[in-house]
Design a protein around this ligand. Sequence first.
Ligand code: COA
Length: 367
Amino acid sequence: MTFAHITGWGMSVPETILTNDDLSKMVETSDEWIRDRTGIRERRIVGDGQTTASLAVEASLKALQGANLHPTDIDLIICSTSTPEHIFPATACLVQDSIGATKAGAFDLLAACSGFIYAVNMAAQSIRSGAIQNALVIGSETLSRFVNWKDRSTCILFGDGAGAFVLQASDMPGGVLSAVMHSDGSGGDTLILQGGGSKHPATEATVLEGKHYIEMDGNEVFRFATRVMAQATRETLEMAGIELDDVQWIIPHQANIRIIAAAARGLKMPMERFVVNLDRYGNTSTASIPIATVEAAADGRLKPGDRIVLVGFGAGLTWGALAAEWTGPLPTERKVYPRRYRAWARIRSFLLRITRVIEGLIWGRGS
Ligand code: COA
């Protein structure tokens, strides 16, 4: 029997910090209100030249390094994002080219803030079926590029960042144990970005109407979130055949400390068993769960053998939870340096582009 283990992890956040005090100079708000109503103190914001793909590449290289895998070992790349580099091509393909993952299939997955749970589940299923051996799963967002900085009800919440996991096949029991995924499209308009899609293609009018910004009914999303977090956690644990008492860490989507506290009350679990870092990063959507996981692993909270639950909710509406046994890198003799592949990947990408140009000249375009 094959199991899908989480063997590598990495994160990348921009250096630029936007504090609540900074925000209070942009919109009518205060540090006190934001901390009190959300728990957020500051968030990271991308600078010039940083994009969803560039954050994803950084997080991915760290995850590969941790797992001791070459980019060329990866069979599948799933990039979960709601703020992709472009509508198409997929951001996952840009990552594939950038890290030199020559044999990987690559696609983006959009399930908003629940996306990372969906993506890890998809990768784990592919591994367990025997179809692939190694997968790279990324959650990456640049929400600051889609936020209306004049709307105090949304701009205080979101931040930028990326996290990535490497999943590997092994016959050692453990890894991803179960997952549940849910959706309710009837609530789609409670959290939406309307502009630039096929219903409202970009025009001068859509830009003037502010349709390219995130719109949210905060109270509605809040009620929905507090309802589903505990419920999804229980469902996935039941599927895995694990008791709540056997779980060391719940790693929730980092949207609002009051939502996490409601989940803790619903599960009758102390807040100390929830990994929380939203005070420093805000809501980074699909990147929030992997970033919180990476920090918990880095500071020693997460140990091999620990049982964890990842649980999240988001636009769609979507929600889900995933139970796993934390593994760490699989034993291996080799030491790899995925970053060294980048120069080679750049040359490879350049040569492929040149080849395409030369082929176009030889064969003619459109013939
Ligand atoms: N600063 C100061 N006051 C603000 C404010 C801000 N940034 N944003 C809203 N307010 C005001 C409102 O205008 C309202 O004023 P009023 O009473 O005079 O009308 C008051 O604060 C209360 O607004 P309300 O929306 O009821 O606040 P809240 O306590 O519900 O908090 C959210 C608002 C958005 C923080 C909260 O609803 C939330 O977190 N929702 C979930 C959002 C989410 O997680 N989204 C992502 C999903 S993945």
